[in-house]
Design a protein around this ligand. Structure first.
Ligand code: ADP
Ligand code: MG
Ligand code: ZN
Length: 623
């Protein structure tokens, strides 16, 4: 399906070897004596004997070798022999005594060969590396290939491929699919939209952890719309030569416009799209910046009347992207591709289980239940591992036991990345999240609780509770802030109420609650004890960096008072959370079980639970 192939690496290495080889051959032809018949080597003692017997006419003493020429019986010069010198200070005297002509040898003749080689080989290696890189960026063979640095090696997938991928091949990411269906429509019949004067979006950014199907989705969009698909990875842009990346982007879009309507897919966008501000201190990475600028130029370049080229890009680190990429007219649409929940995992398993022979009685639902935190790629891998196990055991179908063993294997691989929870951890996370949700529902200052999930997300969060502001807010009062602090402590409070122990899982909550309380006291002047003073220094006084103490100089007493007040506020929230959860203990239990069963709860279903929260809000009366 890919039309272009990069030149094979082994061919280039072959070239280099060939060149070095022929060099040796040449040296051999022009300087046969260097490699000619070797001089017979004699033991040192024999050499001394010959000297003593007066059989030697000339001697050349070298560092590593002594050569001597014997006399023929007729007194003429005879054969040359060599011997290895030993530490013998007597030698000159002996030679002199016998009237033998002797001299110290110049550095061995062979020396200049190694000399030449040491001059010739490094450049050769350099040329080899050069060729390698040129070849890598150059594309097809032929003498021109080596020089066309700029040629894009975007792979092209075209409609009608036997391997055509459609939305049916992707499961468990329904929201992303729904959003992308619209893109398919744009590609299929752009006139429908341009007629009314609507602008077709140029860029769609797929955001999600590795292996969740971003690349697959991009291909599926092309497959569904039946258009050409150009794909290139961000890391491929970043090359040795400054300017090559930018030229490649230009070339890629040139090709794409010829094939329009089509999709240009840029995988690993973060490799080129890193925020320019976060570049290193010494001026950042020129090459990446140029590539990024070219990409922005190209995206701005094609306008409404132009051919329909939609740029899809994927990243798992959206936070590092340059804000310029996210501006309207660029990647202004963002589609979240998250790890699948229980029902999503079941659907993905069904897709892959269809491709292997299942033994009767395999329960995919149970497998889905046990694979919380798996991404689509992990599930595909799981089914394959199970099939391999079955084959290894000479069975013709894949049994439940194979899946169970395969899960253990895959989990062992994933555990290093801390993505898979044990049953006990899962239970703790469930109660923790429900704790946030119930306290959040009782103390609505933080917004409406919209979703609870115990599907692990990203690296840190094991579960999450999503609170949505009910309206746009620019100001918050102290009661709302206290509500937020209580909600943040709801997770830990639930662990205390239910398990009587405390885990490490609440560290981030505590950090946020403490920060919030500290700001209430030192920045917003919300503490009755400390009064309306700003203890925090303004930003402008702090521009020298983190080394400086952000707090105004305060007396020890004041510092103590601030600490005490911050602690009071956080502890107040903690007690509030504890009392709400104790009061709603049954509801906590019920909702946690529900979450454990289905992993995600939102919408009407969630609201019907949260509506049952009993709450009394003592400090609200104090207003
Ligand atoms: P990403 O680009 O998000 O890192 P990929 O699209 O490369 O992930 O996924 C790798 C493979 O894993 C896919 O080729 C497919 O076989 C499988 N896969 C991942 N996610 C899904 C999914 N949601 N549905 C079906 N298969 C998936
Ligand atoms: Mg990918
Ligand atoms: Zn929490």
């Amino acid at each position: 399906m890919s039309i272009k192939n990069p030149p094979s690496r082994s061919r280039i290495i072959g070239n280099v070897l060939l060149t070095v080889g022929s060099l040796f051959l040449l040296l051999n032809l022009f300087a046969p004596q260097l490699f000619g018949t070797p001089i017979p080597r004699m033991p040192y003692s024999l050499f001394i004997d010959q000297v003593e017997d007066g059989n030697v006419s000339r001697v050349s003493v070298g560092q590593n070798e002594i050569r001597y020429q014997v006399k023929t019986p007729e007194g003429e010069l005879g054969q040359v022999f060599s011997t290895t010198p030993i530490f013998d200070l007597e030698l000159p005297k002996r030679l002199e005594a016998k009237g033998i002509e002797f001299a110290a040898a110049p550095p061995p003749k062979n020396g200049w060969v190694s000399n030449i080689l040491s001059w010739v080989i490094p450049p050769l290696i350099f040329v080899g590396i050069w060729q390698f890189f040129l070849g890598r960026s150059g594309g097809a063979g032929g003498p021109a290939g080596a020089l066309s640095i700029t040629k894009s090696k975007a792979k092209v997938y075209v409609e009608g491929d036997s391997t055509k991928i459609t939305f049916d091949d992707v499961a468990g990411v329904e929201e992303a699919k729904t959003e992308l269906e619209e893109i398919v429509e744009f590609l299929k019949s752009p006139q429908k939209y341009t007629q009314i004067g609507a602008k077709i979006p140029k860029g769609v950014l797929l955001i999600g952890p590795p292996g969740t199907g971003k690349t697959l989705l991009a291909k599926a969009v092309a497959g569904e719309a039946g258009v050409a698909f150009f794909s290139i990875s961000g890391s491929e842009f970043v090359e040795l030569f400054v300017g090559a990346g930018a030229a490649r982007v230009r070339d890629l879009f040139e090709q794409a416009k010829k094939k329009a309507p089509c999709i240009v897919f840029i995988d690993e966008l973060d490799a080129i799209g890193k925020s320019r501000a976060s570049g290193n201190f010494m001026g950042g990475n020129d090459e990446r910046e140029q590539t990024l600028n070219q990409l922005l130029t190209e995206m701005d370049g094609f306008s409404a009347g132009d051919a329909t080229v939609i740029v899809l890009a994927a990243t798992n680190r959206p936070e590092t992207l340059d804000p310029a990429l996210l501006r309207p007219g660029r990647f202004d649409r963002q589609v979240l591709v998250d790890r699948p929940d229980l029902s999503g995992r079941l659907k993905i398993l069904e897709i892959y289980a269809n491709k292997v022979k299942l033994a009767p009685g395999v329960d995919l639902r149970e497998i889905a239940t046990r694979t919380s935190g798996f991404a689509g790629a992990d599930l595909a891998n799981l089914v394959n591992e199970a099939a391999l196990l079955a084959a290894r055991n000479q069975r013709t179908t894949v049994a439940q036991a194979d899946f169970n063993e395969a899960i253990e294997r895959v989990v062992a691989g994933l555990e290093k990345k801390s993505r898979v929870l044990s049953d006990k951890e899962k239970k703790i996370v469930a109660y923790h999240e429900v704790g946030h949700a119930l306290v959040g529902a009782a103390m609505p200052g933080g917004g409406k609780v919209a979703k609870i999930s115990i599907v692990p997300r990203g690296m840190a969060a094991l579960g999450y509770t999503l609170q949505m502001p009910t309206e746009d807010r620019f100001l918050m009062d102290d009661i709302e802030l206290r509500d937020q602090i209580a909600t943040l402590l709801g997770g830990r409070a639930a662990e205390e109420v239910v398990f009587g122990t405390i885990t490490t899982g609440a560290a981030n909550d505590l950090q946020r609650a403490t920060d919030l309380a500290e700001r209430m006291v030192t920045t917003y002047g919300m503490s009755k004890v400390l009064g309306p003073l700003a203890y925090e220094k303004g930003q402008q006084n702090n521009f020298l960096g983190d080394g400086m103490n952000p707090r105004r100089m305060v007396s020890d007493d004041t510092a103590k008072a601030i600490d005490a007040e911050v602690k009071d506020i956080v502890e107040g929230g903690h007690q509030q959370a504890l009392s709400i959860l104790t009061k709603n203990r049954d509801l906590l239990e019920e909702l946690a079980q529900k979450i454990l069963n289905q992993e995600v709860i939102e919408g009407e279903e969630l609201q019907s639970y949260l509506g049952r929260v009993q709450f009394d809000k003592p400090h609200a009366l104090a207003v």
